[in-house]
Design a protein around this ligand. Sequence first.
Ligand code: NI
Ligand code: MN
Length: 233
Amino acid sequence: MFYYYTVQITYYGHACFGVNVAGKNLLFDPFIRPNELAKHVDVSTIPADYIFLSHGHFDHMADALEIANRTGAAIISNYEVVTWFEKQGAKKTHPMNPGGKWKFKFGSAKLVAAVHSSSMPDGTYGGSPGGFVIDSAEGNFYYSGDTALTMDMQLIPLTCGKLNVALLPIGDNFTMGIDDAIIASDFVKCDKVIGLHYDTFGYIKIDKDEAKQKFAAKGKELLLLNIGETIEL
Ligand code: NI
Ligand code: MN
């Protein structure tokens, strides 16, 4: 009998991705209903066993509680974000903080440093922003969340397994732009990048062809998924 191990990645717009790995559905930074570009996505059918939140900003967690309540998924984020969601009624949660790793049913998740800010929609302190490195038998990937280019990214290849893909912001203004994301892909030693945090609103509109060409000129691949599109790695 043959088993084909794959990682399936679905883009739900802005910084939101669903990843199916080892039979579990991981959902990152759900912001779908308020996103004009994602109007065709039916939030009520998105599967989730785990909801990872990189930080407390609205454009990363607007749909998190509703999806958690429907699916029974655990909300995983930094301690302050998780505590805030518990106060909103979230039943299943898992608090982490930068540098920490935990073994889940699909593999492990490590919360890694991000340079950004984090506050909840009501102004509550949102802890340290972070990214996640997911290690599994089917593949490894880095979801950076919102971040600047940071030297700390060089720690990822030293402390985690070889990445199959890195999901990085490319929209500039609030996060890294394209040129810094190319350097980030050097730092994390992964030449296959999926872009996030672009085009959703005015400050972060990009020229997608130019972005892809810039990556290609460095021998790297930039994948920009259509909203609703699923790819297999
Ligand atoms: Ni943010
Ligand atoms: Mn953001």
